[in-house]
Design a protein around this ligand. Structure first.
Ligand code: CA
Ligand code: CA
Length: 234
């Protein structure tokens, strides 16, 4: 056999198969180390039989020479390809991405719970109830556009949810949110806005409030008269 080593002996010769072959020296057949379970590949490697030998290749997600394979920590590079608003978790042979609280998606793309809506920011510092009595000359009634609004600094982070004193928040008659705020991301609640005009809840009007994950948005109606302004809080 070409896969044998022959040695001359006195008046004769003997043949022995090369390592990796099995036979009597005249006929030598390759040993399939992979199916014979005598390979030395890592448990996380593929074995490929070759004539006279075999090769080991680490599974995807592992690195090494095939005889020793180590998990790749995908999270160490570029957050594993996860969204910037997601956390990456390394696992043996793989990894996973999950969106942070307040965001939804497959982990590779994460958006907040108001991504499909458009809203307008309310940022006027004079609306903040904690700034005390200031000018009372503002009025939201009139050309107010009914749409989604988000309260952002320096106005605060939300509509005032307690009855504000009169002559606060830029007007004589501050309007505030009277109702339960939605606490679950994506949840919508219909509450009401009230105006403090001699009593805390004059002109109650329905308002839809949506929890966007890390903030709220309000679909604010047009106040009925001047001088009413929407009052904000931290
Ligand atoms: Ca072989
Ligand atoms: Ca991994």
């Amino acid at each position: 056999s070409p896969h044998a080593l022959c040695t001359n002996t006195l008046a004769s010769f003997t043949c022995a198969c090369h390592e990796g072959f099995l036979g009597d020296g005249f006929i030598c057949e390759d040993i399939d180390e992979c199916t014979s379970y005598i390979d030395s590949c890592d448990v996380n490697a593929n074995c490929t039989n070759t004539v006279g030998n075999f090769t080991c290749t680490c599974h995807p997600g592992y690195t090494g020479d095939g005889h020793t394979c180590a998990d790749i920590n995908e999270c160490l590079v570029d957050n594993g390809g996860c969204d910037t608003q997601a956390s990456c978790t390394n696992t043996m042979g793989n990894f996973s991405c999950s969106c942070n609280y307040g965001y939804t998606g497959d982990g590779f793309t994460c958006v907040d719970f108001c991504d499909e809506l458009s809203y307008v920011n309310i940022s006027d510092s004079w609306r903040n109830v904690n700034l005390g009595a200031g000018t009372t000359s503002y009025c939201d009634s009139g050309d107010w556009v009914v749409q989604w609004y988000r309260v952002v600094p320096p106005a605060g982070t939300r509509l005032a949810n307690e009855c504000p004193p009169p002559d606060h928040c830029g007007s004589a008659y501050p309007a505030w949110y009277s109702g339960t705020e939605p606490t679950t991301p994506g949840e919508e609640i219909v509450g009401s806005v009230c105006t403090n005009l001699y009593e805390c809840c004059r002109f109650p009007a329905a308002v839809t409030v949506r929890n966007c994950g890390l903030y709220l948005i309000y679909e604010l109606p047009n106040p009925p008269t001047c001088n009413i302004t929407y009052c904000t809080d931290d």
